[in-house]
Write a protein that binds this ligand. Structure first.
Ligand code: AMP
Ligand code: MG
Length: 357
């Protein structure tokens, strides 16, 4: 994807699990009703909109989604006593043990994506994430950790390649490994939920959005699902800088420093940790990725955020990610040509860097 082209001032067209079952009918194109619900899970509000079904079918689908989310949240919590929590405790003893089958496929996928991303997506750094205080749903009162503790974890260098899996036999060769699937679990969950809905309920037109990360299938009546890319500097989370018309099967994932953060000395301490430094990644405000596979989109958005404005192109090429939009900390927008062809800017970027293939 080179050379890079700079277009300045472009005038171009961006658990406690609780359920809020807000079943509502929204008018779409006068004729096609759609049903919506909001579910609180994975520390965020999950919004579901389904079209071309009746109210009873919509309710069945919403209940199925809620059940799946509840189950997955328990499975993948890194610090509670569920399957991943137990796997993490056993990892601390560094040895071979039988891991629960319910977490193995996602850990295998996470390991593949960690390797593809040169370990910038590194879910083995659970201890670092916890040290910065992002293991909880609420972290407003956090304070940054001591540098000495960060350096000790960096020295221990936990990586997904410290884990080997043969069937259910799980070997952890580094006692510093704690698996935190926060950077990939939403993607994997959306992929599984949609596959389940297609198979069981023959769902054809649905959009599931988990705090801005989403997967869309089919259409919304006569028109495609339209997705907004949040302005990372706006205080109102509904302010978009651009929109994307989703094609059926698209997974559109954004990693942003605005998602989970606290302030320390007026500086934003956000939740995406650079495994090379042990500190919150610098250089990016947000990264949006489109990919057919939601798990890949989720991991890639996190990895490219860490790579930042100077290294994302190389990593996107390595990971085979075609559609990327990165907003750097100076509010410049960097896009692949393929992504530029898909976005419509609502707000003109300060400057736009386009990467041509
Ligand atoms: P996302 O919003 O998908 O970018 O995921 C961010 C979440 O992933 C954080 O809240 C952490 O739980 C976890 N995380 C933080 N840094 C990394 C990293 N470098 N690689 C993998 N997971 C990470
Ligand atoms: Mg992610």
């Amino acid at each position: 994807m080179s050379p890079r082209l700079l277009l300045n001032k472009l005038n171009a067209p961006r658990l406690t699990l609780s359920l809020l079952l807000l079943l509502s009918v929204s008018a779409c194109q006068q004729t096609t009703p759609s049903y919506k619900t909001s579910i609180f899970s994975f520390g965020t509000v999950i919004q579901v909109e389904i079209s071309d079904v009746n109210q009873v079918q919509a309710q069945q689908v919403f209940t199925a989604i809620e059940d799946d989310l509840k189950r997955m949240h328990i499975l993948w919590h890194p610090w509670q006593s569920g399957p991943l929590g137990r796997t993490n405790s056993l990892c601390g003893m560094a040895g071979t043990f039988s891991a629960p089958t319910s977490v193995i496929p996602l850990i295998i996928k996470a390991k593949q994506l960690a390797i593809q991303s040169d370990h910038l997506f590194n879910p083995a750094i659970g201890k670092l994430v916890k040290l910065w205080g992002f293991q909880q749903d609420s972290f407003d009162k956090n304070t940054p950790p001591d540098d000495a503790k960060i350096q000790a974890l960096l020295k221990a260098n936990p990586r997904m390649t410290d884990i080997t899996i043969k069937g259910v036999r799980f070997t952890c060769n580094n006692p510093a490994v704690r698996i935190d699937l926060g950077g990939i679990a939403k993607g994997y969950a959306l992929e599984k939920i949609i596959a389940n809905l297609k198979q069981k309920y023959q769902v054809k037109n649905i959009m599931i959005s988990a705090g801005g990360d989403l997967k869309a299938i089919g259409q919304h009546g006569e028109r495609p699902w339209v997705i907004g890319i949040r302005d990372p500097l706006a205080t109102d989370k509904h302010t978009a800088i651009a929109s994307i018309r989703a094609k059926s099967g698209d997974s559109i994932f954004t990693s942003g420093s605005y998602e989970r953060y606290y302030l320390a000395n007026n500086k934003r301490i956000h939740h995406i940790i650079d495994p090379r430094t042990g500190y919150p990644a610098k250089g990016s405000l947000s990264v949006t990725v489109i990919h057919p596979d939601a798990t890949t989109a989720d991991a890639a958005a996190t990895a490219l955020f860490v790579a930042g404005p100077n290294q994302w192109v190389e990593l996107a090429n390595k990971m085979g990610i075609k559609y990327v939009l990165l907003i750097d900390d100076k509010n410049n927008v960097h896009v692949t040509q393929a992504m530029l062809d898909r976005v419509e800017f609502i707000k003109e970027p300060a400057s736009l860097f386009v990467v041509r293939p």
